[in-house]
Design a protein around this ligand. Structure first.
Ligand SMILES: CC(=O)N[C@H]1[C@@H](OP(=O)(O)O)O[C@H](CO)[C@@H](O)[C@@H]1O
Ligand SMILES: [Mg+2]
Length: 541
C-alpha cells in the first residue's frame, strides 16, 4: 500500500532518534517531533477507519517547558488511545522512512482495517510557539491517507476530548463545538448556583493562575457565559510570561509554593491550571504566610462528599467509589474509607489506569494527587437520576436529583478538565457556604516528600500491588520495609517514572522532618541497589 506516501519526505526522521508513546503520548523537545506528528496523522486515520469514528490528535506537552512539545491521540468516546495501539504508535514513530509503508501495512493487516472506510480526524493544539507548525504536520499525515479532518486550532486538551465524544455520540453528549462546550458547562454551573439556599449570597472571588497557557485564554472566552456571581481574576495569562515557567499546577504542587506573578493575599482562594488545562490545584496562604495546597486528593474528597450527600437526599442507592494512585496522601485515603465510608481503590499512575477502574462503578470519582481527574457516571446512574425527575416525589428529592443532573452536565466525563473541575469546586463551595480554609480542614495531609533518583537503567525496578511494592531488584523492598518501620505513621514506595528518565521516591510520615529523612534513606537504598549514577542523594537538611 501507499508505496509513495505523500509529504513523507518533507517530514524526515532525524537519524538515530527513538521515541516512545508513554503515559501521555509522545513528549520531547519540539525540534524532534515533526516526523512524529506526520506519522500520528497517519495513525489517527487508521484508528478512525478501524473504529469508524472521529479520532482526535492533540498537540501539547502539558506542563513541560515551553521548548518541549508532544502529541496524544484521543479515542472515540474521548478517552485516551487504547493501550494496544500505543505499540503501533511507537513503531510508526521510530520507523526509517523507507520502512514506513511496510509498518503501516502491518498495522492494517494486524487490525484488519478496511481501507475504503471513511476517516475523520479532529486536531487541536496548545499555545506553544511550535504547536501551529506541528499541527500542520499532523494534517499532512491525514491528507497523505486522503482523509477528512477538522482543525479546531487553539483548544484545551479536555475541550478536544469533549468535542470528540460529542461528535461520536451524534451530539448526545453536547454540541461538538467550543461554544457548545461553554454553553453546556455554563448552563449546568448557573443551574447549580441557582439551587443555593436564600441565605447564601455574595460573590465568589477566585484568583486563577493560567500557567501562561491555553487555559487562561479559554476561561476568558467562557466567562461571559457564567453567572456574574463568579468573579475571576486571571494571572499568568500568557501575554508576557513563559508557559509553565515558575507557574502552573505542576510547579505549585511539586514546589509546594505559590506561582510567580500572583499577588497572594492571606485567605484568598487561588487555583492553578497546567499548560493544557487538564489539571488543577487550589491553594491559599494564612495570615502568617503559611502556604496551603489543596491537591487532587482534597478535590476528590470534596466532590465525593457532595455527591454522596445528594445521593442520600435523593434516596438513590448507587455504588460510588474513589480511585487514587499510590501518591494519594494517606490521610485522604483514611478519611474517605473510615469517615465517609466510601470504598477507595488504588490504580497505577497514569490517568488511563484510573479512568478504567472508575468505569466499574455507578459513580467513579478519580483524581491523581497532582490534580488530574474527573467523575464518571454509568448509564444506569444517569438513567436512575433522570427517572426520579420524571416521578411524583418530594420537593427535597427532586431538588437533589436536579442538582445531580446539573453536576453530571458540569463535569467533563471524558478526561480531567481544569475549567470544568474548577466550576464544580466553586459551585460546591458556594452551595455549602464553605471557605477554602474550611474545605482544607476536612482532613490534614500527612507531611510528604517526593525525590527523583537517577539510575543507569530505571527498568531494573519492577513493581507490583499498584506500584506500591517492588519485586526487583532483589532486596530493595525488604530495605524499604525496614526503613519505613523506623518512622511513625509512615509509608514509602519507589517506581520508575513513565515520563522522565528517573526513579521516583515517595515518602510520608508524622512530621516533615521524618518524611524528608525517610525519602532520603529510601533514595539511598535505590541508589545503591538499583544502579544509581552520579552523586549519592543528599539529605534535604
Ligand atoms: C507522580 C506524578 O505526578 N506522576 C505524573 C507523571 O507520571 P510519571 O510516570 O510519574 O512520570 O506524568 C503523568 C502524565 O502527565 C501523570 O499522569 C502522573 O501523575
Ligand atoms: Mg496536562
Amino acid at each position: 500500500m501507499a508505496a509513495d506516501l505523500k509529504f513523507s519526505s518533507q517530514h524526515p526522521k532525524p537519524a538515530s532518534l527513538s521515541v516512545q508513546y508513554g503515559t501521555a503520548g509522545f513528549r520531547t523537545v519540539a525540534a524532534h517531533l515533526d516526523h512524529v506528528m506526520y506519522r500520528m496523522g497517519l495513525l489517527a486515520v487508521l484508528r478512525s477507519k478501524k473504529t469508524k469514528s472521529v479520532i482526535g490528535v492533540m498537540v501539547t506537552a502539558s506542563h513541560n517547558p515551553e521548548e518541549d512539545n508532544g502529541v496524544k491521540l484521543v479515542d472515540p468516546m474521548g478517552e485516551m488511545l487504547a493501550q494496544a495501539w500505543e505499540v503501533y504508535a511507537t513503531n510508526l514513530a521510530n520507523a526509517e522512512e523507507q520502512e514506513l509503508p511496510a509498518v503501516l501495512a502491518d498495522i492494517i493487516r494486524q487490525e484488519a482495517i478496511e481501507m475504503d472506510q471513511e476517516a475523520h480526524v479532529a486536531i487541536g493544539r496548545d499555545t506553544r510557539p511550535s504547536s501551529e507548525n506541528l499541527s500542520c504536520s499532523v494534517i499532512d499525515g491525514v491528507i497523505a491517507l486522503e482523509s477528512k479532518y477538522h482543525d479546531y486550532g487553539l483548544v484545551t486538551t479536555p475541550q478536544l476530548h469533549f468535542i470528540i465524544c460529542c461528535r461520536n455520540t451524534d451530539g448526545r453528549y453536547g454540541e461538538p463545538t467550543i461554544q457548545g462546550y461553554y454553553r453546556k458547562l455554563a448552563t449546568a454551573f448557573n443551574n447549580l448556583i441557582d439551587q443555593a439556599p436564600g441565605s447564601i449570597g455574595g460573590c465568589i472571588c477566585l484568583n486563577v493562575d493560567g500557567a501562561n497557557g491555553i487555559g487562561a485564554l479559554k476561561l476568558k472566552e467562557m466567562e461571559q457565559h457564567l453567572k456574574p456571581v463568579l468573579s475571576v481574576k486571571l494571572y499568568n495569562e500568557g501575554f508576557s510570561g513563559k508557559l509553565n515557567c515558575q507557574c502552573g499546577a505542576d510547579y505549585v504542587k511539586v514546589q509546594q509554593k505559590p506561582p510567580q506573578g500572583i499577588d497572594l493575599k492571606p485567605a484568598e482562594r487561588c487555583c492553578s491550571f497546567d499548560g493544557d488545562a487538564d489539571r488543577i490545584v487550589y491553594f491559599y496562604k494564612e495570615n502568617d504566610g503559611t502556604f496551603h495546597l489543596l491537591d487532587g486528593d482534597k478535590i476528590a474528597t470534596l466532590i465525593s462528599t457532595f455527591i454522596k450527600e445528594l445521593l442520600v437526599k435523593a434516596g438513590l442507592d448507587l455504588k460510588m467509589a474513589v480511585v487514587q494512585t499510590a501518591y494519594a496522601n494517606g490521610s485522604s485515603t483514611r478519611y474517605l474509607e473510615d469517615i465517609m465510608k466510601v470504598p477507595v481503590y488504588c490504580a497505577k499512575t497514569g490517568v488511563k489506569h484510573l479512568h478504567h477502574k472508575a468505569q466499574e462503578f455507578d459513580i467513579g470519582v478519580y483524581f491523581e494527587a497532582n490534580g488530574h481527574g474527573t467523575v464518571l457516571f454509568s448509564k444506569a446512574a444517569e438513567e436512575q437520576i433522570k427517572q426520579l425527575l420524571g416521578e411524583e416525589t418530594s420537593d427535597d428529592k427532586r431538588k437533589a436529583a436536579r442538582m445531580l443532573e446539573s453536576t453530571i452536565d458540569l463535569i467533563n466525563q471524558t478526561v480531567g478538565d481544569a475549567i470544568s473541575d474548577m466550576l464544580v469546586i466553586e459551585a460546591i463551595l458556594y452551595l455549602k457556604g464553605l471557605t477554602v480554609q474550611k474545605w482544607d480542614e476536612i482532613y490534614t495531609d500527612l507531611p510528604n516528600r517526593q525525590f527523583k533518583v537517577t539510575v543507569a537503567d530505571r527498568r531494573v525496578i519492577e513493581t507490583t500491588d499498584a506500584e506500591r511494592r517492588t519485586v526487583k531488584p532483589p532486596g530493595l523492598q525488604e530495605k524499604i520495609d525496614e526503613l519505613v518501620k523506623k518512622y511513625n505513621m509512615s509509608r514509602a514506595f519507589v517506581r520508575p517514572s513513565g515520563t522522565e528518565d528517573v526513579v521516583r521516591v515517595y515518602a510520608e510520615s508524622d512530621t516533615q522532618e521524618n518524611a524528608d529523612a525517610l525519602a532520603h534513606e529510601v533514595s539511598l537504598a535505590v541508589f545503591h541497589l538499583a544502579g544509581g549514577v552520579g552523586d549519592e542523594p543528599r539529605p534535604l537538611r
